[in-house]
Design a protein around this ligand. Structure first.
Ligand SMILES: [Zn+2]
Ligand SMILES: [Zn+2]
Length: 213
């Protein structure tokens, strides 16, 4: 069977996200997703907590700030520390039984890996709905993933509920976390999606700012 999963969503456990656990499930269901990976910045506790509380399929993940750019680890039970080299970060993810995704490797202003995306990764995030410039980054990411011969995936990098669903990964798998992870590492998946509209991005920026004052 084919399922749709957004592999990159930030909840309010990320300092810069507005998404509550209720928002997450509401918007994911509304967009017809079968599951969502929670990938908060350098913390896993929120993802584990939310996964336990809901029946909706949640893949516990983390977006790690490595020395040379952001790396997503999926299917983890323990956080991976930030500030390590790319090599060590990926090794630690694998040792912990997870998979490593080079997220938005060519996006500007995002702490991207650039040339540090290598074949030790399990997947390249070809489509990231928040990436700028969008079309350029998708084209470049496709080239990287094809050259490395690893899986192509997609995620929204959503920080605001209505952003969920603009991108997703089609995965040939049962709706079960281990099966999903295995399917991605075998490349049995395909990225789909588009850019988050500017009006939504602005609305989110406004709401995040408003929260600060
Ligand atoms: Zn990032
Ligand atoms: Zn992110």
């Amino acid at each position: 069977m084919q399922i749709r999963v957004d592999l990159h969503v930030h909840t309010q456990y990320s300092y810069d996200s507005l998404i509550t656990p209720e928002d997450l499930v509401f918007y994911a269901k509304k967009s017809g997703l079968g599951g969502v990976a929670i990938t908060d910045h350098d913390r896993l506790d929120g993802a584990l907590k939310i996964a336990k509380k809901t029946d909706f399929a949640i893949i516990p993940g983390i977006e790690i700030s490595s020395l040379n750019g952001h790396i997503i680890g999926l299917n983890l039970q323990e956080p991976i520390p930030k500030g390590l080299s790319v090599e060590e970060t990926v090794d630690r993810i694998h040792k912990a039984g997870g998979i490593a995704i080079a997220c938005h490797p060519t996006a500007l202003l995002k702490g991207s890996l650039g040339k540090h995306a290598n074949s030790k990764f399990d997947a390249i995030e070809v489509i990231n709905s928040s990436a700028f410039p969008f079309s350029y980054s998708v084209r470049k990411n496709q080239q990287i993933a094809s050259r490395l011969g690893i899986a192509h995936v997609a995620g929204t990098d959503a920080h605001y509920g209505p952003e969920i669903g603009y991108a997703y990964t089609y995965i040939n798998s049962e709706m079960e976390i281990d099966a999903i992870i295995k399917a991605i590492s075998k490349g049995l998946c395909e990225p789909f999606g588009k850019s988050i509209p500017t009006i939504l991005r602005l609305k989110r920026e406004f709401l995040v700012l408003k929260r600060k004052f």
